[in-house]
Design a protein around this ligand. Sequence first.
Ligand code: MV4
Length: 455
Amino acid sequence: MVFRKVLIANRGEIAVRIIAACRDLGIRTVAVYSEADREAMHVLLADEAICVGPPPATESYLNIPNIISAAEITGAEAIHPGYGFLSENADFAEICESCHIRFIGPPATAIRKMGDKAQARQLALEVGVPVIPGSEGTVEDEEQARKLARKLGYPVLLKAAAGGGGKGMRIVRGERELETAFRTAQAEAARAFGRPDLYMEKYLIEPRHIEVQVLADAYGNAVYLFERECSIQRRHQKVIEEAPSPVLTPKLRQELGEAALRLVRAVGYVNAGTLEFLVDRDGHFYFIEANTRIQVEHPVTEMITGIDIVRQQIRIAAGEALPWTQADLQIRGHAIECRVCAEDPWTFMPSAGTVTRYIAPQTFGVRIDTALYSPYRVPPYYDSLLAKVIAWGEDRAEAIARMARALTLLRVEGIRTNIPLHLQILEDEAFHQGRFSTQYLESVLPHLQTVASSK
Ligand code: MV4
């Protein structure tokens, strides 16, 4: 059964999470690390560890020859890429397979199909999944863009076909702006993603961001593990996520899940994946893009379903069939995740230095995913995520209350963190009522800071 040894091509809390899943399955683990991460928790916890290069990620965690060599030297049969880094690199997935190392993720073909956002949108249309009114495939030139924008009505959004996650997006509020917007968006896309291609959508006002978690095996079986609500974000960085969404009815939930599975089948998707949707005020949902990796916020889904998603990723990659059908799955309670980051809570400026004290809350229904211990020097080279606090409750109100109490028991000293921001959001009336969109955080931030400073 499964693998004897897996290499984890990542760092931080997700590397630790994957090591734990491997340990559960009786699989030996190989950590890779940069010179900045010699003392990192994933290095200390793995069965073996290999240095793959200097601190900058491009020379270590993104260094494909070094990572493949590390797997070959240690005899690892599979590589788990985690999130970020090489996780959505179709070439890397292909290289792994050509070296007879199993890539724990979807086939390279599925990563490529979903990686082209204009193509993914077209595919959704073909299989009857709603998309936001817009272009068929890419928009070739300004002339075509102007015609389409007139038809759709302003505001419209130009998006890079090779982009995603909000990168390379441009709102166009009127025809006067179109020419400049089109040219600059094209130039930016070419520079950032190596491809200038753009597509266009009508711009939705204050949508909610709801994503569906799916699991698919190599035998054509697929299930959805319901949805996560991810609207609490700033500049496309999620801050708080929860499951289930406070606004979905059972009927809408099933429609969303079934739409997600139509896309899974259309691209021949295997392994864990996420389909992102925008939901408008009238409850209409629209597919926007897919993430072909494990996501940061996967624990909220694990908490409400009781399913270990990382374990299933490994089993699926090893050729095992899904152990259940959709009818076996149900939602139990509610879960919330707060991302604790090394940054100023109000300016969001990164905070570097040494964590001199770390105390984790210990209470029923609370899970902490972290690679933190103290003292620990946070390297300045990688992202600012320090810990994920996940709280479960019988209902949403209980999950929120438990999260707030857990955060008062969490101590991270020596650097600045965004814990004060989380505490303010958890007390906010609109948040309590579940009344928020993707614009929520940026619009209430000044108010939250004022309340915090008056305490
Ligand atoms: C949109 C949109 C409004 N209208 N598309 C941003 C990230 C990328 N995945 C898609 N994004 C958006 N696409 C249309 N046609 C608003 C956003 C958006 C957003 C989406 C999800 C989560 C947070 C967001 C924050 C700002 C804008």
